[in-house]
Write a protein that binds this ligand. Structure first.
Ligand SMILES: Cc1cc2nc3c(=O)[nH]c(=O)nc-3n(C[C@H](O)[C@H](O)[C@H](O)COP(=O)(O)OP(=O)(O)OC[C@H]3O[C@@H](n4cnc5c(N)ncnc54)[C@H](O)[C@@H]3O)c2cc1C
Length: 327
């Protein structure tokens, strides 16, 4: 059997061929985590609160990440997710951090996976690693063009072009719950908002059970996307992503990169408090909590927080919303 026929996983240093059936069996093992499937959790009508982390590049970064994870663990999020990096060593760290969350914490991990630079056989291998670690939830993404945002997308010659293909593959490999990306401010490569909504519906039709949005600052943009998707007859739960603002220059850079509009009135409020990091964070927390409240009041199924591997601002927004008491 070749790697293309199945998934190769390392076992005590020896590569062992693993068939899709083996991946399926691993993904069906009982889970020690409270939320087995994010889609089932959302389907039960409960609100989801979740946190996103990224794989750190340094030992100090790794210590910071684990501090944040341990500080956020007591508020019992429905899941935590770990982003998938652009290259080899960052990707290994994503898998390592996700496996460690699965093995050593009470948190439900959602593993991100992108199609960038991977053949189909390699993608199956990574899914096999996640299955082996007991990870049942995967966020399936195309990833940004390898040449950087703005450059044309180029698929790996034996790889995939769109996230919908990855959704189908992951679903075919086992009893996985698959999430996908959504873009309230429109994906930078999409023709318009209608095309964007149709693509999201295609991902649901491919087997996605939930979506998480890019961060945004105006609740109306989220509701506009949700209503467009509803109008297409699709009830995919869409979790809004919130990035707590702790540094104005950083958030403006991120917003520019992701295509999310950063409103002038919010920038003015942050400018008004000057350089004091505590004061900036306090305003950022107010802005994040107001946005989360509007989204929840308008029927959003929960909130996903982009933590940037820090816990303070997210915990403060949580407390402002009274969610710490609910937990
Ligand atoms: C919640 C979230 C988490 C993320 N995590 C990561 C991460 O961990 N690592 C990372 O590298 N990036 C991550 N990203 C960024 C994401 O990979 C990029 O924004 C990427 O450009 C789009 O990914 P996608 O999965 O939405 O792709 P797709 O759904 O494939 O869409 C990509 C583009 O192709 C278009 N399209 C889709 N299907 C078709 C079709 N059949 N025909 C023609 N056009 C089509 C879409 O409209 C869109 O413009 C994340 C984004 C979000 C919102």
């Amino acid at each position: 059997m070749t790697a293309a026929d199945g998934v190769l996983v390392a076992d005590q240093g020896l590569p062992r061929p693993v068939t899709p059936e083996a991946t399926r069996n691993q993904a069906q093992r009982p889970s020690r985590h409270p939320v087995t499937s994010v889609a089932d959790y959302l389907g039960s009508g409960r609100r989801s609160f979740s946190f996103e982390f990224f794989p750190p590049k340094t030992d100090e970064g790794e210590r910071q990440l684990w501090r944040a994870i341990r500080e956020l663990e007591p508020i019992a999020p429905s899941f935590v997710s770990v982003t998938y990096g652009a290259g080899g060593s960052t990707r290994d760290r994503t898998v390592r951090v996700t496996e460690r969350i699965a093995a050593e914490t009470s948190l439900t991990p959602v593993a991100h996976l992108t199609a960038v630079g991977h053949s189909v056989a390699e993608l199956r291998h990574v899914v096999g690693q996640y299955a082996g670690a007991g990870v049942r939830n995967i966020l399936a993404l195309r990833g940004d063009p390898p040449g950087g945002l703005g450059s044309p997308w180029e698929a790996h010659p034996q790889g995939m072009s769109y996230a919908s293909e990855l959704v189908r593959m992951v679903r075919s490999l086992g009893d996985f719950c698959v999430g996908v990306a959504a873009f309230p401010d429109k994906h930078p490569e999409s023709a318009d908002l209608d095309a964007d909504a149709r693509r999201l519906v295609e991902k649901a039709e491919a087997g996605a059970g939930f979506a998480v949005t890019q961060f945004f600052f105006d609740a109306a943009d989220y509701f506009r996307l949700r209503d467009r998707v509803d109008a297409l007859g699709c009830s995919l739960p869409i979790l809004p992503g919130i990035m707590p603002v702790t540094n104005l220059a950083q958030i403006q850079r991120f917003a520019q990169l992701s295509g999310a509009a950063f409103p002038d009135d919010l920038a003015a409020r942050l400018h008004a408090v000057g350089e004091d990091p505590e004061a900036v964070r306090a305003v950022g927390v107010e802005i994040g909590a107001a946005l989360a409240s509007r989204l929840l009041e308008g029927g959003a199924p929960g909130v996903h927080f982009y933590t940037l591997n820090r816990s303070t601002a997210t915990r403060e927004i949580y407390a402002t919303l009274g969610l710490d008491r609910a937990a």
